[in-house]
Design a protein around this ligand. Structure first.
Ligand code: 5GP
Length: 195
């Protein structure tokens, strides 16, 4: 039954870290701040060449959907998907499984990511985009999870900082493709992790 399924999903949650209303409030603040910064940077040019918000599939989809609607400026949306090569490879080996479909030379790019952990994914994407000579690249991450950072990446905008090494789900973040549709961000119970 659908009701039992919904109940089950919430049952797997250990602890809510950020509630739906805390997230909504923070996303509004980020949207305002980022918009003001681009207005200052671009002036009237913002109408001819709006910034491009580049979301990482699939985790950043829900965050980007809300963030974009909190940004009262001209904005284009684009998506990339990056994946690590199989289980046996080192975590540094990443490949682009879905590339941008628009040229970004001379454009202002805002990378929108769900969570930054080691920093490998963002460092890789930054290198890839910089090689295409955009006018600027900024990063907005909903969550900055600091304990396992291996590559230094400059995060221009951060929603929340996580100083504990917890595995979190919800608001776009998954475990085995599930829990992305939870409206809050939470740590999973150990019993829900089947590996
Ligand atoms: P990084 O390359 O920074 O180590 O990892 C970034 C990616 O790892 C994120 O886009 C996300 O897919 C995944 N990731 C890292 N930590 C978590 C977490 O706590 N929960 C979930 N669901 N994914 C995570």
């Amino acid at each position: 039954m659908l009701h039992d399924g919904a109940h089950r999903m919430h049952h797997d949650i250990e602890r809510i870290l950020f509630t739906e209303s805390q997230i909504a409030q923070r996303v509004r603040e980020l949207g305002q701040q980022i918009s003001q910064d681009y207005e200052k940077l671009l002036g009237e040019k913002i109408f001819r060449e709006p910034p491009i918000a580049v979301g990482l599939l699939r985790g950043a989809v829900i965050f980007l959907a809300d963030l974009a609607r909190a940004m009262p400026i001209p904005l284009e949306l684009a998506f990339v998907a990056i994946s690590s090569y199989g289980m046996s490879s080192s975590p540094g080996e990443l490949r682009v499984v879905k590339d941008l479909e628009v040229p970004v030379a001379g454009r202002h790019i805002l990378i929108v990511e769900d969570i930054v952990d080691t920093g490998q994914t963002l460092a890789h994407l930054q290198e890839l985009l910089n090689a295409r000579h955009p006018a600027s690249v900024k990063i907005c991450a909903l969550l900055d999870k600091t304990p396992r950072r291996a590559r230094a990446v400059k995060l221009d905008y951060v929603g929340f900082t996580l100083t504990e090494d917890a595995f979190v789900v919800g608001y776009g973040l998954d475990y085995a493709e599930r829990y992305r549709n939870l409206p809050y961000i939470a740590a999973l119970k150990q019993s829900a992790i089947t590996t």
